[in-house]
Structures are given as C-alpha cells and as structure tokens.
Design a protein around this ligand. Structure first.
Ligand code: COI
Length: 355
C-alpha cells in the first residue's frame, strides 16, 4: 500500500463549530484526503488542508458525469477512540460503482487506511451526542480536460468530512412516484453514481412541494413494485415478518440495509428480500397486518415512516415501530461501543502505526 503524506493545517476550526448540534453538510473539517489517477495508476496519496480544487472547464465529470461517491460515519467509541462502521463494505461498493461507470478501481486497503488517518487527524471533530457522527464522503470524479466522448484517463479520489446530527428527527412522509423513475434494470441504479441523485432532484422538489419528505421509487415498467427511497432502502413488517425489496439490479445495496437484515435475523426475526408491491402494502395497511415501516441509510440511520402517498391515496403506516426502534438503538450502541459488536462491524481508527 502506498504511503500517505500528511500536511497539517496551521490552525483547527473545530472549536468554532458546535459539532454536537449541527445539521449534515454545512461545516467541514480542517483536512481532506486526495489521490490522483493518471497513466493507469493511483499516485500521490496525501492528506492536506481542506481547500477548493482547481477545475478545468472541460473536466470530463462536468460533461459526461463520471462521478461516484460513498458515505459512512465515524462515531466516538470507548476511551475517546473514534470507530468506523463496516468501511470495507463502502470500499467494495465504491469499486462496484467505478466498474459500472467506466472508472478505475481504488485500492480497498488504501480506502480504509485513508479514512482512518483522516479521522485520527480530525478526532476532535467527532461528535459525542447520540445520533450525531462525523460523516465521511469519499468520492471519485474524472478531472481530465478533454471534450470528446470516451472514458477519462485521469481522476481524483477525495475524502472530506462533515459533522452531522440526526438527518430526520421525526417520522417522514413518502411520495410514491408514478411519473418519473430512478432506475431500470441495466441502468446505473445499483451504482452510487452522482447522476442517479441528479435525476432525483426535480421529482423530490415536486414531492416536497406537496408536503412529502422524499420520493418512494417504484419499478420503471408499471409503477407497482417498490424499489427504494430517495436516500434510503425500505423495510416493512407484515404479520410478524420483515420484507424488503430484493437487490434486483436497480436497487442500491445499502450497508445499513444489510446490517439491519443481519441484526433482525440475529434477534430471531424472519426477513425476506423479494418483490414488494404497493398493493400488498395498501392491503396490509387496510386489514391491520402492517406492523412497522421504516427506511435505512447511512445518512438517515433508521427513519420511521408516517405515511405514503400513492395515486391520490394516503396510506397510513403503523403508529409505533417497536422492533425497528430497538434495532436502531442496538446499531447506535454498537457504533458507540456501548454494547458488544457480535458481527465484527466496528473498526477503531487508531492502530499501532497511528499512536
Ligand atoms: C448516505 O446515506 O450516505 C447517502 O449517500 C445519502 C446522501 C445522498 C445524503
């Protein structure tokens, strides 16, 4: 693995920010990790003071959208040592996205090591309040100046960090979209591609104008089956069993999604990944068998759902979500090392070489 060189900023701004009471993404830590790709190789891995990056007007990411990203959180663990949650999963998914978008793989060991070294340097930015965290945003984009259409040959991989409080502090309303789509099989829906989020912006603004928080995306053919939510995967509990849409080629494989599935099974619940239709959710809501409904994502954690608007109807979700509340608390406790981590998900950022 290549060495990471570190250039420290002259002064930290951490004391100027109330890191335990701040919404996501408005304040950024002092440093960033940067690595350059050219001539078929990742080079010059470095941590340096956070700064704007000069961009050529013909940088290919701006025109053809070769841009992908990840999101993960560092929380404060035992003894003041920050911990990461399953960072290897994000490293793997980043390379899955890179492959789909014709971009180079980034070494997975360097991905995790860069996170650890950046977080250790920024440890005074890691919040201690329950539900708060230091959100890490690794991303890659084509920075080659070229105007013709082909895969770029030069890229940047960057990680920056932003302290964040809870994304939602109340139950949320979802708008099941029957005009626009997020993804179709064979498209880029399984990748964490910037363009997927760009295409969601207009539909989300329209849903918000009607009082909803996020869009619930349905299948591209008939708008009948549920795929995922704006920044989340989705789960329902019907007659004692949990269901979530399967990863069918147009759903993002959420790290929180897979963790919730493992935790629910560990707690003795049956969880099935399969096609989930709007009709069965509507029926279950009406006949009283719908017991819980919630979204899962890195930024949002676990978000309870209040209602879903679908084809002019409002489908009421259950009042209380005892099992998902319990799962949420267990994950939060694992992330702060308040309970044992039976899954080996937690990765402390301080290792011998960093002490
Ligand atoms: C995340 O949960 O990390 C995401 O990527 C969602 C983001 C678009 C807010």
């Amino acid at each position: 693995m290549q060495e990471i060189t570190i250039t420290k900023s002259s002064q930290s701004r951490a004391s100027e920010v109330d890191i335990n009471h701040i919404p996501m993404g408005i304040s950024f830590t002092d440093h960033m990790f940067v690595c350059d790709y050219s001539e078929g190789q990742w080079k010059n891995a470095r941590i340096e003071p956070l700064a704007a990056i000069p961009t050529h007007p013909s940088a290919m990411a701006l025109h053809y959208g070769q841009a992908i990203f990840e999101g993960l959180k560092a929380t404060m663990g035992k003894d003041g040592i920050p911990v990461l949650f399953r960072p290897e999963e994000n490293a793997k998914r980043m390379n899955f996205s890179a492959d789909r978008m014709g971009m180079p793989d980034f070494p997975e060991d360097l991905f995790v090591e860069a996170l650890k070294q950046l977080i250790w340097l920024e440890r005074e930015w890691v919040p201690t309040n329950e539900g708060s965290a230091l959100y890490l945003r690794p991303f890659m984009y084509a920075d080659e100046a070229y105007t013709g259409m082909r895969a770029a040959t030069s890229f940047k991989f960057i990680i920056f960090a932003t302290p964040t409080g809870p994304y939602f502090s109340r139950k949320i309303r979802l708008y099941a979209e029957t005009r626009y789509i997020r993804a179709a099989n064979g498209g880029t829906g399984e990748a964490k591609a910037a363009g997927n989020y760009a295409a969601a912006i207009r539909p989300t603004e329209l849903a918000k104008a009607q009082g909803y928080d996020q869009v619930l995306w349905l299948d591209a053919q008939n708008f009948e089956n549920i795929l995922e939510v704006g920044t989340m995967n989705i789960f329902f509990k019907i007659s004692g069993k949990f269901i979530t849409p399967s990863l069918d080629g147009s759903v993002l494989a959420g790290v929180t999604r897979s963790s919730v599935i493992a935790l629910l099974r560990h707690k003795g619940f049956e969880v099935t990944e399969r096609v989930v239709s709007m009709k069965e959710i509507l029926d279950a809501s009406q006949n009283g068998t719908l017991e819980e409904a919630f979204g899962t994502g890195t930024a949002v954690g676990i978000a309870m759902i209040d209602e879903i608007g679908y084809r002019g109807q409002v489908i009421k979700m259950p009042e209380s979500n005892p099992v998902s509340q319990d799962v949420n608390q267990t994950i939060n406790k694992i992330k702060t090392q308040a309970v044992e981590d039976p899954f080996g998900w937690i990765v402390p950022v301080m290792e011998a070489q960093l002490v």
